[in-house]
Structures are given as structure tokens and as C-alpha cells.
Design a protein around this ligand. Structure first.
Ligand SMILES: Cc1cc2nc3c(=O)[nH]c(=O)nc-3n(C[C@H](O)[C@H](O)[C@H](O)COP(=O)(O)O)c2cc1C
Length: 206
């Protein structure tokens, strides 16, 4: 699973001049090197957040910071890489049951979001993927999209009708599961380039 490349992506973004903070879902932690997680967390509070960080200490006290809201205020760009099938579905439906989905639900969509899906080819080609992408587009479109657009058109449809949501499409190759087909997360360089493109120009009006 592409979560394994999260730190490589963070390094690439930092080399490009970005300050990065990571939010890892609980399943994503299964794919991350625990030593690398600990090292990133050791860089400071909020550097790598996990779901448990939303519920720290003995209980909530009025005035305690709310992690996903603090992070929403701090961040200029939200990069979801990999965007897996489950989280895409949650984003589309507006579910907010963990740190990442709360961050997305609370996001100020005047600021860009870069989505880099990664999933098995048949998961990517599932009607659910297109259905969920169409919901996201409809929710954020500044101009009416064409009727009946197809999965392979998604990056350009988003670019034209909801340009603050940048879809960096998955690549075709042999996947971690052994299947060959589209579904591998875009290269780190392509995701970094998508972020850098936002840093270098003012977003156009929808
Ligand atoms: C070994 C393994 C690899 C997986 N790879 C992917 C994947 O590439 N894409 C995907 O959408 N789901 C994949 N899954 C399923 C997700 O882990 C599962 O949907 C999980 O609930 C995602 O949780 P999250 O969206 O909260 O991170 C994989 C599961 C396992 C066990």
C-alpha cells in the first residue's frame, strides 16, 4: 500500500520548500515503519498525528485544542496520499470518524486539496469510485460539469470545474498485490509538482 511512501513524499515536499505535517489513519500505521513514525513525531508536537492524538489525556477540558481544527488553520494545502477506497468513500459521504476525515470535513475549500488515489485496479474501476468522485465534484464545482463524465476524465473534469481539488491519478503497473493495472499511487514527484503548482500561482476563480 502506498502509505509506505508517506515519508518519501514528506521529504520531497520539504525539499520543495514546504513545511509538512502528517496525519496517519490507524490502518495506515500498519504500513509505516514504527521507527520512522517515532522519528517524525519526535520532531515536535503535531508533526505526525494519529487518531489517539484527537483524544489525549484523561478527558476533554473546555478550551483544549481540537487537533483537526488547529491543523486546518495551519495548513495551506491538504495532500491525501494515498487516498484509499475507504477514505474516498468517507470523504464523499461526509463521514468524519477519524482525524483525517474530520480534517477533510472541516477543510476550508478556498485552500487546495491534492488527492492521490491508490487502490487495486478493480477497486479503482468499481462504480463506487466514479460515484464518489462525482459527488465530490458536485459538492465543490464552481461551474456545471459535463453530464456523464467517465473515470479517466476525472483529473481534467476536476481541473476545469473544481480546480481547488487536484486529482493526481493512479498509474498502471504491477501492484503490491500482484495484479497488473491502474491503481498504483502517482509518483512522489508528480504529487510534489501538483503542490508546487499551487504555491507558484494564485488559484483562479471558479
Ligand atoms: C495489505 C493490505 C493492502 C491494502 N491496500 C489497499 C490499497 O492499496 N488501497 C485501498 O484502497 N485499500 C487497501 N487496503 C484496504 C484498506 O487497508 C482498508 O480499506 C482500510 O480500512 C483503510 O482505512 P483508512 O481509509 O482509514 O486508512 C489494503 C488492505 C490490506 C490488508
Amino acid at each position: 500500500m502506498a502509505a509506505i511512501r508517506s515519508f518519501e513524499l514528506a521529504r520531497s515536499l520539504e525539499t520543495a520548500g514546504c513545511q509538512t505535517r502528517i496525519v496517519a489513519t490507524t490502518p495506515a500505521l500498519y504500513f509505516l515503519d514504527p521507527a520512522a513514525v517515532a522519528a517524525f513525531r519526535a520532531r515536535g508536537p503535531g508533526m505526525l498525528s494519529v487518531d489517539a492524538d484527537e483524544w489525549p489525556g484523561a478527558g476533554y477540558t473546555r478550551g483544549d485544542p481540537v487537533g483537526h481544527i488547529e491543523l486546518r488553520r495551519w495548513a495551506e494545502v491538504l495532500v491525501v496520499a494515498p487516498l484509499d477506497a475507504n477514505t474516498l468513500a468517507k470523504f464523499a459521504l461526509g463521514l468524519a470518524d477519524n482525524y483525517l476525515t474530520c480534517l477533510f470535513r472541516a477543510w476550508d475549500f478556498a485552500k487546495p486539496v491534492v488527492l492521490a488515489p491508490a487502490m487495486n485496479t478493480l477497486m479503482w474501476q468499481s462504480p463506487a469510485t466514479l460515484r464518489h468522485l462525482r459527488i465530490l465534484l458536485e459538492d465543490h464545482a464552481g461551474s456545471p460539469p459535463p453530464a456523464g463524465w467517465l473515470l479517466e476524465e476525472a483529473p481534467s473534469v476536476f481541473a476545469h470545474h473544481a480546480p481547488r481539488i487536484v486529482l493526481v491519478p493512479p498509474r498502471s503497473r504491477r501492484l503490491a498485490c500482484g495484479d497488473i493495472g491502474q491503481g498504483a499511487m502517482a509518483q512522489v514527484e508528480a504529487i510534489t509538482a501538483a503542490v508546487a503548482a499551487w504555491a507558484s500561482h494564485e488559484p483562479r476563480d471558479d
